[in-house]
Design a protein around this ligand. Structure first.
Ligand SMILES: [Mg+2]
Length: 356
């Protein structure tokens, strides 16, 4: 099989409502669709969601796709994913979300060629995974209201954004705990917003007052590795690294230096499924569980996260809720939600239909 044609389509998708975390507020999200056509009438779809975290834009993704990826892809056998990933990593530095979009399109082709849903082709460890749903930063009453709505819609795991103002955060998280009761899991994510001292104060206060936090994600700035390591050492709640870990090399460093208890791997940070699976193996050997998270991903990108999260054992956590947030997604299929779980499509490949 050969790739005969490639195309790229950036689309700005509108969110149902503005979404705020400690370092930004967004109302729309760029999703850049990548289409790979082959000489066997199989078409692969992928999607890149560049943003400030990956230091990319739809323009940089389009430019590098046209100037770097196209030459590598046209005429190549799309099923030789390890070889193509190696060539891409060698020739194209950075640009992780562009790499992720291309890489998942290759896997989509592989799955369609094998006539298997991707998660089964990659190992099929689980048929569904519980996902958190994110409560963005807002005034306390609104955050509590959102949390109640999500729980009444069947979700039993919340990821509450924090990291702006400790007293607001403590009030919001305690308010949410008392509103949703003891059986809902609460994870918190500061998106680098606290200092070491503030992070420890927030989590100690929350634990004393019975908030029962399952996971504390990226409390401190990404670049301060020792601050994160210190919190991991001192804190009774498991610490998850997100912004600290981008590349495969970052994953290995985090594991070797014992900086965090868990890693949040996102396909857009690490450059796709191939790299994510490798990082997961490092983590598994070190006894570190992995979460698969997402950016502001339409179902076009998020479906790949669902498939990989279900494929292997050590991906024990999922934060795969972004596709719910769009007013008019251009993708159908891929995955569905039921009772707080996200379930990958049983159609071949990613199982997505794209209507551009
Ligand atoms: Mg995070």
């Amino acid at each position: 099989m050969r790739i005969t044609k490639t195309s790229i389509s950036p689309i700005e998708l509108e969110l149902k409502e503005p979404f705020s975390i400690a370092n930004e507020t967004v109302e729309t999200a760029m999703n850049v669709f990548i289409k790979l056509e082959t000489d066997e009438e199989i078409t692969g779809w992928g999607c890149a969601t560049p943003d400030s975290v990956t230091s990319e834009t739809s323009k940089t993704v389009t430019r590098i796709f046209q100037s770097g990826f196209q030459d590598i892809l046209i005429g190549a056998d799309p099923t030789r994913i390890q070889l193509l990933n190696d060539i891409i990593e060698e020739r194209i530095p950075g640009n992780p979300s562009a790499k992720a979009g291309v890489n998942m399109a290759l896997y989509d082709i592989l799955g369609k060629k094998a006539q298997m849903p991707l998660y089964r082709l990659l190992g099929g460890y689980k048929e569904k995974i519980e996902t958190s749903i994110t409560v963005g930063l807002n005034p306390v009453e609104i955050m509590i209201q959102r949390a109640k709505e999500y729980v009444s819609n069947g979700f039993s795991c919340l990821k509450v954004k924090c990291g702006m103002d400790p007293s607001h955060d403590i009030e919001a998280i305690l308010g949410i705990r008392s509103a949703v009761g003891p059986n809902v899991k609460i994870r918190i994510d500061a998106n680098e917003g606290y200092t070491l001292e503030k992070a420890l104060r927030v989590v100690e206060t929350l634990e004393e007052l019975g908030a029962d936090i399952e996971i504390f994600e990226q409390p401190t700035p990404a670049k301060y590795l020792y601050a994160l390591k210190e919190i991991t050492a001192q804190c009774s709640v498991p610490i998850m690294a997100d912004e600290t870990v981008f590349t495969l090399r970052d994953s290995l460093k985090l594991i070797k230096m014992e900086i965090a208890d868990m890693i949040n791997i996102k396909l857009m940070k690490i450059g796709g499924i191939t790299n994510a699976l490798d990082a997961n193996v490092y983590a598994e050997l070190a006894g570190i569980p992995v979460m698969i998270g997402c950016m502001n991903e339409s179902m076009g990108a998020m479906a790949a996260g669902v498939h990989i999260a279900c494929a292997v054992k050590n991906i024990k956590y999922a934060d795969l809720d972004s596709a719910i947030d769009f007013k008019n997604d251009v993708v159908t299929g891929g995955a569905s939600y039921k009772d707080g779980f996200v379930i990958p499509s049983e159609k071949p490949g990613l199982g997505i239909e794209v209507d551009l």
